[in-house]
Design a protein around this ligand. Structure first.
Ligand code: 5AD
Ligand code: SF4
Length: 434
């Protein structure tokens, strides 16, 4: 058999998951086959993340273990894709003899050619960032489930001082509304039940004519039985128009991820987050008044340069005021080339760990309290997949993004079912179909 097989592993955010589907589509239409078994692969791609140091460390560990596949099959081509390719470039080829191709997020169209050259023994690098590449014409190769990610814009112009993304993914650019809607129509015809519009800064989407609320409204109008979600908005660009679109459109889900990063105005300023706590809290109040039952989640960074105990208390205080349904909580990780890198990483590891632990404890208590209020109620759930803990149970989500686990009881993936909640913890509701 001479069709070469590609295997790909994905690290990091949902943008990478969506990019992996683009890469598989490009390889697939260039006569490569796709395998989910690395030991059978002729090409092994690792799609990487640079957002925190531990994400990169995981990839380096994985690269070390990939040596076994080179031993098994010396002809195998190994490629590093995505943000680490962009950030580390030649270092990956020079210092890691193992890697044959290094390709950044805007150069995936070159992959088939670079891989062919690598089979002939030539290492290849393509890491130019583009102001226009948005893979508009490439139909992502989606593999599983009833939910689809649609990347609608790429890049970020916000330059939060801690963040490497503007450097690894370049400037903002949006696909045309028409091409996104065409994709939603195809997904509807294929039976998908949920779509998530994706972008590093999704609500700054603009195709020259249409803004993000226009896009959301148009996507939701394609098929009213499809749930529409979006990731990740920046608080600065959450307009009244967007809130209005969510509030007035039943199939746009009532959950918003609204990264706050810190509860201290001083730190927010140092982070270049462009809002004050007062503005953020006013936005939260507007959202909650307009969208009944809306769930809010957030991202928090502990131990940003110069963060004092007072700043940390302000973050805890804000968590208690907002009462988020969920949060992703991180220790600050210095990234080279960012403005914060030059501020020095002056909060000790010990203090970072203590503050992060505080934040996690407070947030888990709040989420547990919020979810406990749902015990005894009946919620509507879209059945998504088999529960990770038990093959006899389904996992699904409510409109406002709560994870629900329940015995299968004859329901099938893609069904909308009513589940009576018996138990809840900080992350999951447990119940039975009624
Ligand atoms: N250190 C820690 N967390 C970071 N994030 C982004 N950059 C860093 C960093 N250097 C977090 C932010 C962002 C999320 C995707 O990752 O909270 O919202
Ligand atoms: Fe990074 Fe800020 Fe852009 Fe988000 S908005 S990708 S945190 S620079």
């Amino acid at each position: 058999m001479d069709q070469k097989q590609v295997y790909i592993e994905t690290y990091g955010c949902q943008m990478n998951v969506a990019d992996t589907e683009v890469v598989l589509s490009i390889m697939g239409s260039n006569s490569f086959g796709i395998t989910d078994d690395a030991s059978k692969a002729d090409v092994i791609f690792i799609n990487t993340c640079s957002v925190r140091d531990n994400a990169e460390a995981r990839v380096f560990q994985r690269l070390a273990t990939l040596k076994q596949y080179k031993k098994l099959n010396p002809g195998v081509v190994i490629g590093v894709l995505g943000c680490m390719a962009e950030r580390l470039r030649t270092e990956l080829i020079d210092k890691r003899n193992l890697v044959d191709v290094v390709v950044g997020p805007d150069e995936y169209r070159k992959l088939p050619e670079l891989v062919d050259e690598a089979f002939a023994g030539h290492k290849g690098i393509a890491v130019k960032l583009s102001r226009v590449e948005n893979y508009d014409d490439i139909l992502p190769l989606r593999t599983d489930g009833i939910g689809a990610w649609i990347s609608v814009m790429r890049g970020c112009d916000k330059f939060c001082t801690f963040c490497v993304v503007p450097f690894t993914r370049g400037r903002e650019r949006s696909r045309s509304l028409g091409s996104v809607i065409g994709e939603v129509e195809r997904l509807s015809a294929e039976g998908y039940k949920e779509i998530t519009l994706l972008g590093q800064n999704v609500n700054s989407y603009h195709d020259g004519t249409n803004d993000f609320p226009d896009l959301m409204a148009a996507a939701a109008a394609v098929d009213r039985s499809i749930r529409v979600r979006f990731m990740t908005p920046h608080p600065q660009d959450v307009s009244d128009k967007l809130i209005g679109a969510i509030a007035s459109t039943p199939n746009i889900c009532a959950s918003i991820h609204l990264p706050i990063q810190s509860g201290s105005n001083r730190v927010l300023k140092q982070m270049n987050r462009t809002y004050t706590i007062e503005q953020y809290l006013a936005l939260v109040a507007t959202i909650r008044a307009a969208i009944p039952g809306v769930a809010l989640s957030t991202d928090i960074i502990a131990g940003f340069p110069g963060e004092t105990d007072d700043d940390h208390r302000a973050t805890i205080d804000t968590l208690m005021r907002v009462r988020y349904d969920g949060a992703f909580m991180f220790k600050y990780s210095p990234r080279e080339n960012t403005k914060a890198w030059d501020m020095g990483d002056d909060v000790s590891e010990e203090v970072k760990v203590r503050r992060l632990t505080d934040i996690i404890e407070v947030q888990n208590t709040i989420a547990t309290e919020i979810n406990a209020l749902l015990v005894g109620s009946t919620v509507e759930v879209l059945v998504e997949k088999v529960s990770a803990k038990s093959s006899d149970e389904w996992m699904g989500r409510t409109d406002n993004n709560k994870f629900v686990v329940f015995p299968k009881a004859g329901a099938a993936i893609g069904d909308m079912v009513n589940v009576k909640i018996h138990k809840a913890n900080s992350a999951t509701l447990m119940g039975t179909i009624v």
